[in-house]
Ligand binder design. Structure first.
Ligand code: PLP
Length: 377
């Protein structure tokens, strides 16, 4: 029995208020400028952000939209993917990766993950390619870059474009390259809790292909390149001016924030490394994760999460049901056992608190509570 006095320290899962306390004045000034300028939908603040973000991703073009899901959808529209086509991705992701495939009327085809990396296993990719395959969509899950070298090689051998779902991986690198700019198109989310988060919804595509960038710009704005001339069926996927302004302010801090996340991850790994039964994220020499999430794996995950919560430690589950087992994809006829590594991750994953302003005392508290409750729950 634990006889120690209950700790009063609480550790939130993310703390966006702590970030606002640091940059609030700058953010409010930037929002004020958009309001004074009255350029609320797209406009100069969005254009400035697009330029800055493309530069950050080391790509020629950035197209800002209203969510990561929209970015993924537009990426597949720009590649003319539609009904009868197949797009390969992983079941271990947020469901929006697959939504984009469904939105264009194509069929998601899944490839299991490498259990250590938790990203697409290139060794399984070739076998999933059929004459209907039109694109490959690896996901840089939790901020960890997928193994892009072999994925690109297989894609090139089959003449297939690669669309990176980099929604969780702003600034992550594979060898020397920033993710998002490695494949034909990279898609990002700026949902508030992301490493680079808006003050509302947001997303972007990045690419070095000028035609794709121009088409995405038209599609996000009702399919018009010229006002009131709608060349194809488009969407209202425009980014709001206020979000562009907020994101430009935050872009100046992203490298610093990512470095802090990496330091916290190293500290977690240091403190947790000897705990039996606990699987930690794997660090790779050639891939630099930006630790959007710090995910450990353990049996009896739900019991441990409950105990941590009682001890003031908030945790998350990313994601408890793999995409192929979601009710929305029942029609694909995929059952438990189809993708064992993704299924095992879904059952055992537990996301520990991770945000740049996390303190050493908070990390200590999380690790002490995890160690204390690992075998008791
Ligand atoms: C891997 C992944 N893909 C796509 C998305 C969709 O992004 P958004 O929520 O901005 O639409 C997310 C966001 O949670 C994500 O984590």
């Amino acid at each position: 029995m634990n006889t120690a006095a209950p700790s009063t320290l609480t550790v939130p899962f993310v703390d966006l208020k702590a970030q606002f306390a640091l940059i609030g004045d700058e953010v409010l000034d930037a929002i004020g400028e958009v309001c004074r300028d009255a350029k609320f939908c797209l406009g100069p603040a969005v254009e400035e952000f697009e330029k800055g973000f493309a530069e950050f991703c080391e790509t020629q073009h950035g197209v800002a939209v209203n969510s990561g899901t929209s970015a993924l959808h537009l990426a597949l529209r720009c590649l003319d993917i539609g009904p009868g086509d197949e797009v390969i991705t992983v079941p271990a992701t947020f469901v929006a990766t697959a939504w984009a495939i469904s939105y264009v009327g194509a069929t998601p085809v899944f490839v299991d993950i490498d259990p250590a990396a938790r990203t697409m296993d290139p060794a399984l990719l070739e076998a999933a390619i059929t004459p209907k395959t039109r694109a490959i969509m690896p996901v840089h899950l939790y901020g960890q870059p997928a193994d892009m070298g072999p994925i690109l090689k297989i894609a090139a051998a089959h003449g297939l474009p690669v669309v990176e779902d980099a929604a969780q991986a702003h600034g992550a690198t594979y060898k020397k390259d920033r993710v998002g700019g490695i494949g034909r198109i990279g898609c990002f989310s700026f949902y508030p809790g992301k490493n680079l988060g808006a003050y509302g919804e947001g997303g972007a595509l990045v690419t070095n292909d000028e035609n794709i960038a121009q088409r995405a710009r038209a599609l996000r704005d009702h399919g018009q390149r010229q006002r009131y001339i709608h060349e194809e069926v488009g969407y209202n996927y425009r980014m709001e001016g206020i979000q562009g302004a907020v994101l430009s302010v935050k872009l100046d801090f992203i490298d610093e924030w990512n470095a802090a996340r990496r330091q916290h991850a190293a500290d977690y790994i240091d403190r947790l490394t000897d705990l039996p039964g606990l699987t930690l994220p794997k660090m790779y020499k050639d891939r630099k994760s930006v630790f959007h999430l710090f995910v450990v794996e353990l049996n009896n995950r739900d019991g441990v999460a409950r105990k941590l919560n009682e001890a003031g430690v908030q945790t998350g589950l990313h994601y408890p049901v793999p995409v192929h087992l979601q009710p929305a994809y029942r029609h694909l006829g995929l059952t438990d056992g189809a993708f064992p590594h993704s299924e095992r991750l879904a059952k055992r994953c537990l996301s520990l608190p991770m945000f740049p302003e996390l303190t050493s005392a908070q990390i200590d508290h999380v690790c002490e509570q995890l160690a204390a409750n690992l075998f008791k729950s």
